[in-house]
Design a protein around this ligand. Sequence first.
Ligand code: ADP
Ligand code: MG
Length: 892
Amino acid sequence: MQRPMKGKTPRRPAPKRPYNNQKDPVGVYCRVRPLSCDDEECCIEVISNTTIQLHAPDGLKANRNGEYKETQYSFKRVFGIKTTQIELFEDVAKPLVDDLIHGKNGLLFTYGVTGSGKTYTMTGSAGQGGLLPRSLDMIFNSIFPYQAKRFVFKPDDKNGMEVQNQVDALLERQKRDSQQAPPKTPITRQRLDPEFADMIRPDEACKADGVDEDSSYSVFVSYIEIYNNYIYDLLEDTPTDPLKAKWNSGGTPLKSNTEIIPPQSKILREDQNHNMYVAGCTEVEVKSTDEAFDVFWRGQKKRRIANTQLNRESSRSHSVFVVKLAQAPLDADGDNVLQDKAQVAVSQLCLVDLAGSERTSRTRAEGNRLREAGNINQSLMTLRTCIEVLRENQMCGTNKMVPYRDSKVTHFFKNYFDGEGKVRMVVCVNPKADDYEETLLVMRFAEMTQEVEVARPVDRPICGFTPGRRQRNQAFKDELSRRLEERGGPVDTGELPAVLNQLLQSLPPLPPAEIKDPSDDQTLPRLIEALERRQKLKQNIMEEYNKTANLLKMRLQDMDGNIVNKENYIHEQRGKLSEKDKLIQDQKVEIERLEKNSKMLEYKIDILQKTTNIYEEDKRTLQHELESREHRLHREMSDKKRMEARMQGMVQDAKHQWEKECERRVNAKQLEMQNKLWVKDEKLKQLKAIVTECKTPEPLSLRPPDKPQRPSREKDRVAAKRSHSPSPVPTGAPVRPHHRRSHSAGNERWVDHKPVTNVDLDTVLQPNLPNAIKVSTPSEKALSKCDKYVLTHQEVASDGEIQTKLIKGEVFKTRGGGQAVQFTDIETLKQENPTAPSRKRRSSEGHGQGDENAEGGWTDVENRCSVAVEMRAGSNLGPGYQHHGFQKRRKP
Ligand code: ADP
Ligand code: MG
């Protein structure tokens, strides 16, 4: 809808329209036309009134290994082959016409391949009117009684509309009538082109609801064709070419004076409401459906002629029929259109029959035609691209530039998508197999198109006058004419006879002019006198009249002069006004520029703000991270310190413990040494005794050793030293320890401990120990099951012989739950001179080194001492050999 503005200067800031942000998707309808002949292969099936299904034709399926299957496409509505033109109109175009009448813009186009029924749908044929004639019919059915007189609305050349007063309009009407040579006969259906006649049956006529009766309406139509990306005005009066005619008459015989000048292409402009219009395009005011049809048909014919003459591919041109409806409220009296340009609302409905959407290869075009066809294809391609970009922008919130300007078709309809309006598309399809692949492309485009949304047009503001003005005015007029009729018709001659009578009465009466006898010489002179008097009077009156007339003339001239002055003044004022307008215009341009700048800056600020926000956010997170790291560092430092302190404590503790341990061990060692020393002392004492006793020999007897005293502690040891004296061991003869093997023949169980390092010596007498548990290392488990223990110990003697010793002992349980062995006997299995080496050894032992090797030199005396091997339960050292140098102790 365009709203033209007051005043002569057109460019004013676009009125702030109450934009609503409600949007509607582009309404996409699909119409399937019937096949041309019934036995043709059909590849489209209407599944429901919103869905169609495409099947690949048989040939194609075989070729592509069934790659193509059925595909379904859904639309706002699908119209099958039986759909009538009126049904289609009711659903598709009627709402658009309704909108048009209520001041809103609409765009309706047909899309499809050539032969799919686009033109049939838009224009129709005789008896089968399409959307266009039906729309026109509905418009006139709706506004017919409220139409303004011709030329009351007058298009300016900037896509706006002006209102003329009744007189100017009348003058223009008279001018036009005088120019049109034959007086215009009203167009009747009979006069119409037969192709166009009877397109709409009277019973199919429809009408819009809620038409504002207090407005006056006028319809203007224009018809353009876009071919090869050029715009042509199909309603332009193309004069015959005078130059061409001259040239023809000069050189060659004149062919005909109907030679058509190749049509001049037009350019697109944008009006103050951002609507696009064809500059200088003919807009014909039409007052009835038939007249509108007539104009359309004129354009249609011209199109056909041009196509033939210029050898064009007609299916490659787009035609756009624009119906503009101007409406303005009636004045307060309800008599005339309100003389206020600001109150004029203009809405338009574009009915577009697009070129065939098929790719160039399908039409066997060549050369120029091919190039042209390419261009036309280009415009449909641009349409597809625009729709794609729009869809992407709307769905993904992007702000990509929509390339409307790339083609005239898209540029022309730019504001329908960017601004507001209702957009509908009828996709026409021919179900024949040949079209299948093209139809697929059409379907994809159509499905995509319905995802684009267009701003819903807002309702026109209602003007402030009281409604019902037209009706009241009509009622008044009716009443007036009724009263006049009652009085016997109009009486407008009332005043004139009175003046005449007065004039007649003011004349002197004529004397009787009857001459009775030939000698009457009185009547004639009297008559002459009267006539002369009358003549005089007449002259007086004439003079008076002339005087008055002159006076009047002078007055009129004065008035004229005044008027001229006033006009001059007005002209001057207009000049000033236009200067001011120009100034305003300039300022407006400046304001626009500044606004653009400010918008740009706002945009930049916005971006910077966003960037700042991002950085701030980053900063915050980094700070946060820094803080947390510092915190962690602190914690780790304090942990470290604590750990250090603890470590130091532990080191101290360990040092302390070790010191204690060392001390304890030194003490133990000292004790042990003292023990050993004591043992040696004891042995020496015994030896001494033996030596002294040897002088008074006693019979060799084997005495059991005394009960041993344990010198576990220093004082004990001292005490033991004092209280006990070891029993003397008979020497001189080789002292043989008790052979306890005879004992082992009983029920005792033995642990037979043979270290793996032992050499198997067959020659040596082996102890016979039935039921013995054989071990290679001392095992507590084995010990727990037995009560006797024997260790087979081998060593190399000083003479190089291997000496085997059987060290026997008794097993008993310790208080700690472990097992202890108390050695009771050592048996040496070696054939030797028993005395010589042992003495040697004894001297070398001196103060008892206490090392293991010393065992090799054990004597019988030593055998009397017990060596306890104690295996403590839970000791991870394994069986610990602790040579305490205890004396043999029997189980109690
Ligand atoms: P397009 O404009 O798409 O190239 P047309 O409208 O010229 O196609 O249609 C081609 C032919 O098919 C015309 O003769 C037309 O009468 C016929 N036709 C198209 N649609 C229908 C229909 N729905 N019902 C009957 N005939 C149709
Ligand atoms: Mg067509």
